[in-house]
Design a protein around this ligand. Structure first.
Ligand SMILES: [Fe+2]
Ligand SMILES: [Fe+2]
Length: 436
């Protein structure tokens, strides 16, 4: 799973017209006796102005309350509509397609899980004390530490985020097991769906392991802080939209797996021989990225099949997910030194600067998936809602691109100075980054 989203692009709040109270310049001051006396006769003095101010403030307050009430009602209605929309995917006739394609899953998806005998293990990629003996193991560890010493801090922080995301694995099969029909109800179901979920989870389990062990041996991380972050993230969980609908769930995971492959792949390139010079770490990240590509292929294939079987439901599910933004599992990540969502926003800026995952990656993933699922070419079988969803999706990449450009222009105009952000994972050494 990956660590980032183009969240900042989508966090543009709505515009609400402001109504400033009619306060005299310099604020309210009690009238002097003389002024009060003068005003009492004419009805136009300071006192009158202040009455007028009071009236305006009252009107403004009432109008603000009305607007707030209206917004609350609208929000309630939106939530109810959203709920109705994704719950419509849980009717038996719509879910039937998931049962019907089980033989296809057996034939076309399950082969994308590798047999254990053919799989790499973390021990293959790290010094093995049993094979090397005491001296050999020590020498290999020293070599690993020497190479790790050249990796810059911002890449170390990105590596931790990649690793923590992988270590939060328990949240992900729980998510898939909330999906109707495909869930592994007993924990050992023989259905192709359940076998896929278990096989996929077992492969994912190695990702956190190998990264964790590398980090432990490298000596460059405050492992206790990293471990606390993992515990926090699993405890806080993750929330996804439309939690029980397989159509929506598979859109999310297909997006996620591609994002993850990109993040690990970029990290491999940046820490490797042509970058920071740690070839062993590059091999680890590259190996994990290759797994992610295979997982991406599986989920993209599943969603492609659903597009074939029920294009209207599939395109509406995709639009639903994109309208609400694909939030990454690490949206709740925190190194323990920052409050609320502060850390995530700062981490996004660090990853952008390091180049492990940039804002334009979000758009590129969307464009890629739309090509894979031929969203633009869909014609037959679309309802009017389906066509609206298709139009929305086709216009979205261009809209995101414009938002990227605007965000870039704003950043250039603002000439913001970099902020020093201390990160607990690297012993509170600060990262210098411009936070939007
Ligand atoms: Fe993974
Ligand atoms: Fe994966």
């Amino acid at each position: 799973m990956s660590s980032l989203t183009a969240a900042t692009l989508f966090r543009c709040g709505g515009y609400y017209p402001s109504c400033k109270p009619n306060v005299p310049a310099g604020g309210y001051r009690p009238p002097t006796k003389a002024a009060a006396a003068a005003g009492a006769g004419s009805g136009n003095g300071v006192l009158a102005i202040n009455r007028s101010s009071w009236r305006c403030r009252s009107t403004a307050t009432a109008s603000r309350e009305t607007m707030a009430g209206r917004r609350r009602q609208e929000k309630k209605k939106d939530v109810a509509d959203e709920e109705e929309e994704w719950r419509s995917y849980l009717v038996p006739e719509r879910l039937e397609v998931l049962r019907e394609i089980e033989p296809w899953v057996e034939e076309h998806v399950l082969p994308l899980v590798k047999p254990v005998e053919a799989s790499w293990q973390p021990s293959d990629l790290l010094p093995d004390p049993a094979a090397l003996g005491s001296d050999g193991f020590h020498a290999a560890c020293l070599e690993l530490r020497e190479r790790a010493a050249g990796v810059p801090d911002e890449l170390l922080v990105c590596l931790v985020a990649n690793m923590v995301t992988e270590e939060a694995l328990p949240s992900y099969p729980s998510g898939l097991n909330r999906l109707e029909v495909v869930r592994d109800a007993t924990g050992a179901d023989p259905t192709p769906w359940a076998r896929w979920i278990r096989g996929w989870s077992a492969e994912e389990n190695r990702h956190g392991d190998v990264l964790n062990r590398y980090m432990h041996l490298s000596g460059r991380f405050d492992m206790r802080e990293v471990e606390r972050t993992v515990q926090r993230l699993i405890r806080d969980g993750m929330s996804v939209h439309a939690p029980a609908s397989p159509f929506h769930g598979f859109v999310y995971v297909a997006f996620q797996e591609r994002a993850t492959a990109i993040a690990h792949g970029n990290t491999a390139r940046l820490v490797g021989a042509r970058g920071a010079g740690d070839a062993a770490l590059a091999r680890i990240c590259g190996t994990v990225a290759a797994d992610e590509k295979r997982h991406e292929a599986a989920y993209t294939r599943i969603m492609g099949k659903l597009f074939e079987a029920d294009p209207d439901a599939a395109v509406r599910a995709m639009a639903y997910m994109m309208r609400r933004r694909i939030d990454m599992p690490t949206a709740f990540i925190n190194d323990g030194r920052h409050s609320g969502g502060d850390f995530y926003a700062r981490f996004i800026a660090i990853a952008e600067k390091a180049g492990t995952y940039t804002l334009s990656d979000y758009r590129c993933i969307l464009e890629h998936l739309m090509r894979q699922w031929r969203v633009e070419e869909l014609a037959a079988g679309l309802s009017s809602d389906g066509r609206r969803a298709q139009d929305y999706l086709c216009a979205l990449p261009h809209k995101i691109k414009r938002m990227e450009e605007k965000a870039h222009d704003r950043a250039v105009k603002a000439k913001k100075k970099p902020t020093l952000i201390p990160i607990s994972w690297i012993f509170d050494r600060p990262i210098s980054v411009v936070v939007p």
